[in-house]
Design a protein around this ligand. Structure first.
Ligand SMILES: NC(=O)c1ccc[n+]([C@@H]2O[C@H](COP(=O)([O-])OP(=O)(O)OC[C@H]3O[C@@H](n4cnc5c(N)ncnc54)[C@H](OP(=O)(O)O)[C@@H]3O)[C@@H](O)[C@H]2O)c1
Length: 269
């Protein structure tokens, strides 16, 4: 009979706050590299989120106190916050709960999009400021402004008279205001198709949030047609530099860097 220590060699579990492509890639790599069991947490907004390796839990935790209790209960080796850069509440909650429980935390955040030289790029704080910025963009009657925003965020644009807007939604909806046409489409979109759409619809300005990441078709299409880009910056909490971030935890800009952090974290246990 052995000394029994092997019975306690439990594979560490990592809580991944997910809902993004990066969260899925990280879960896949943790399993493929046999590093840890990923437990991906989803908010529950999507009906069919697609298969994920490891364990999956769905639904809110119940604020900071709920997440804190969950962390005490589950004994994770670490938490990786791989939520969308605009999902600020869960990021703040994760920071507070990890601090309370002393569970190591990493924020996996996509690099922000930056303007290229010579581009007409307007950096704004929110949708209201974006609508304000559009007032100085010349949009003639046969041209459009493309709103790459959720339908619940387009209210401020309703007040701009004489500008035609194009809003893309995943499910058919009634136009949210006069002068706003809705098209239905579910990404990912190819650059070719997106550029063709921007040319066909004579898009002269794009309004979007700085979600970041590589190869974004709408951004590249806007660049190709030389449209004005009105970019809504991220919540102040979500910074993008490697190392410490505004929430006091560590930051990684890609899945490889997140994996290195996890390896180091497990080594130190
Ligand atoms: N915001 C976007 O544009 C966007 C885009 C793509 C994907 N997503 C994904 O959709 C989710 C919701 O986004 P949001 O902007 O509504 O977030 P949010 O405003 O930061 O969070 C709202 C509440 O939803 C719950 N929640 C959020 N993410 C969760 C997760 N991964 N697991 C468990 N509960 C979660 C939390 O509820 P409790 O307080 O009850 O714990 C949180 O307080 C995020 O996970 C995000 O990664 C968001």
């Amino acid at each position: 009979m052995g000394n029994g220590s092997e019975r306690y060699a439990v594979t560490p579990r990592i809580l991944i706050l997910g809902g993004t492509r990066e969260a899925r890639l990280l879960a896949e790599r943790l399993v493929a590299d046999d590093l840890a069991v990923p437990v991906t947490s989803l908010a529950g907004a999507t009906d069919s989120p697609g298969a994920l390796p490891g364990e999956v839990r769905v639904g809110g935790f119940g604020g900071v106190s709920g997440l804190t209790a969950h962390l005490w209960q589950e004994g994770y080796a670490a938490v990786v916050d791989a939520t969308h850069p605009f999902a600020a509440r869960i990021t703040a909650n994760a920071a507070a709960a990890c601090e309370a429980t002393a569970v190591p935390r990493l924020t996996l955040v996509r690099p922000v999009w930056e303007p290229a030289l010579g581009e007409h790029w307007v950096d704004v704080a929110d949708e209201t400021a974006a609508a304000q910025a559009l007032r100085s963009v010349r949009v003639s009657a046969n041209q459009r402004v493309f709103l790459a925003l959720g339908r619940q965020r387009v209210g401020p644009f309703a007040k701009i008279a004489g500008v035609n807007f194009l809003l893309r939604t995943t499910d058919p909806i009634d136009p949210p205001f006069e002068g706003c046409e809705v098209i239905v489409g579910r990404g990912p979109f190819s650059l070719e198709a997106e550029e063709a759409l921007f040319r066909r619809e004579r898009v002269v300005a794009l309004v979007c949030r700085n979600s970041g990441g590589e190869g974004d078709a709408k951004l590249e299409a806007a660049r190709a047609v030389k449209a004005t880009i009105v970019m809504i910056r991220r919540p102040a909490l979500i910074t993008q530099s490697e190392g410490a971030n505004a929430t006091g935890g560590a930051t990684a800009l890609d899945v490889d860097a997140a994996l290195s952090w996890i390896v180091e974290c497990l080594r130190r246990r």
